[in-house]
Design a protein around this ligand. Structure first.
Ligand code: ZN
Length: 424
């Protein structure tokens, strides 16, 4: 189901966290096609592009997209599965261990994961004996999770659904939402749902990519339509408070090159606020993270990166060099758009069964198996799956020895040839 251009889009007028109308654009970006719409035929599919400019709320400081793409269009073809990424499975195991060790949730009570995907985060809780329940709007993935033993409701979490779940299962000991808060347009509805699910001594644990890391490390590839919010702690703490939740702990980690795991309880809950909360809020204050000028610097650096790419492409043209892209990741279309790579990249290397031998969304660049890297040996290969840059380079030293070069996009544009090591 592919819709026609603008009908998929609506424009939000108020801040997603605090409802203020005082929202202003801080970073202008090139509009991009929807990241997951790979097509069988070059001529098929939606060629529309949609804005992804960043806005900041003058009242609470929250950085967000206001151009919202219809959630059906985003999620129907959603192909990402947590369990496919071994690192995430380990991460979820550690996260579950940490929640149980630190907060000792009641083992007779339910653990609910919002946006539970294939059940990778619930599985370790289940192994510890907790009853578990997933909620995820991607229907195929939800069905597969249920079939694999993790009961999953194929739906977006709404306050009504939260009430039904509580009626059926009782109050939850743990509610988790890992990499979900960036994806939700109706944050208020989600927070109210969480409040309804939680028992009086329950904990809510969430992981979000962290704005400070996005800015410091120039994580351009993380700005696409599914990521409607780029969270920082100060607006989040206020938002939770407005919805009856109290932030009691926070921790930074390296997931997606920089995320935070926050823990909250119902206001007046039994747990003390850990010092880490105040420490991170103080860091945000020092770094002036709630000021528009701070976020605008991202746009300035992005423009410089664009110019570096423009110089590279002029050089490739002049020398008749062939460039490819590596990784048909969700970040691909946005990196191609932001750096103007559409006409430079001849093909994208990826083995994903739902993407290989198809065409990339909007740009219509063919996706070919990764073994083609050695058959065709492109002169330059731009890493579009930026999260895995180091791994991709590490596994393809032979391509470099054969004379190819990788181009890495963040935190700076760098060309990596044989003999060069990448430190990220
Ligand atoms: Zn706000």
């Amino acid at each position: 189901m592919v819709g026609k251009g603008k009908s998929l889009l609506y424009r939000r007028e108020i801040c997603r966290l605090c409802d203020s109308r005082d929202v202003g654009r801080v970073v202008e970006l090139a509009p991009v096609p929807l990241a997951e719409k790979y097509t069988e035929l070059e001529s098929e599919g939606d060629s529309a592009v949609y804005p992804i400019d960043l806005y900041m709320c003058g009242a609470c400081g929250h950085v967000q997209l206001l151009d919202v793409v219809d959630s059906g269009a985003l999620w129907d073809d959603y192909t990402y599965r947590s369990g496919q990424a071994g690192l995430m499975v380990d991460h979820f195991q550690e996260a579950a261990d940490a929640v149980v060790r630190r907060h000792r949730p009641d083992p007779r009570r339910l653990v609910i994961d919002i946006g539970s995907n294939d059940g990778s985060l619930l599985r370790p809780f289940k192994q510890k004996g907790y009853p578990v329940l997933g909620v995820d709007p991607a229907k195929d993935i939800a069905r597969a999770a249920t079939e694999s033993g993790i009961e999953t409701i194929p739906s977006v979490l709404t306050p009504d659904l939260a009430r039904d779940i509580r009626k059926r299962h009782g109050p939850a000991a743990v509610v988790t939402a890992f990499n979900v808060f960036a994806h939700a347009d109706d944050m208020g509805g989600m927070a109210d749902s969480i409040q309804r699910l939680l028992g009086p001594d329950g904990v809510f644990v969430f992981e979000v990519q962290y704005l400070l890391d996005i800015l410091d490390r120039m994580l351009v590839g993380t700005i696409f339509h599914e990521h409607m919010s780029h969270h920082s702690l100060k607006p989040m703490a206020r938002f939770l408070d407005r919805h009856g939740l109290e932030l009691i702990d926070v921790e930074r980690n390296h997931i997606q090159h920089g995320s935070i795991v926050g823990t909250a309880q119902l206001k007046g809950g039994p747990r003390p606020v850990r010092p880490a909360v105040g420490e991170l809020l103080a860091l945000e204050e020092r770094r002036k993270l709630d000021r528009p000028e701070t976020v605008k610097q991202f746009g300035v650096r992005l423009e410089r990166m664009r110019q570096v790419f423009a110089g590279l492409m002029t050089d490739w043209d002049r020398r008749g060099a062939v460039a490819a892209g590596y990784g048909a990741a969700r970040s691909g279309p946005t990196l191609i758009a932001q750096f103007g790579l559409k006409n430079a990249i001849r093909y994208i290397l990826d083995d994903h069964p739902q993407k290989v031998n198809k065409f990339s969304p909007g740009d219509r660049i063919p996706v070919v198996p990764t073994e083609e890297l050695y058959r065709r040996t492109p002169d330059y290969t731009v890493i579009l799956a930026w999260v895995h840059a180091r791994k991709i380079i590490g596994e393809n030293r032979r391509y470099l020895e054969d004379g190819g070069s990788f181009v890495v996009c963040c935190p700076d544009v760098r060309v990596v040839g044989a003999g060069e090591k990448l430190s990220v």
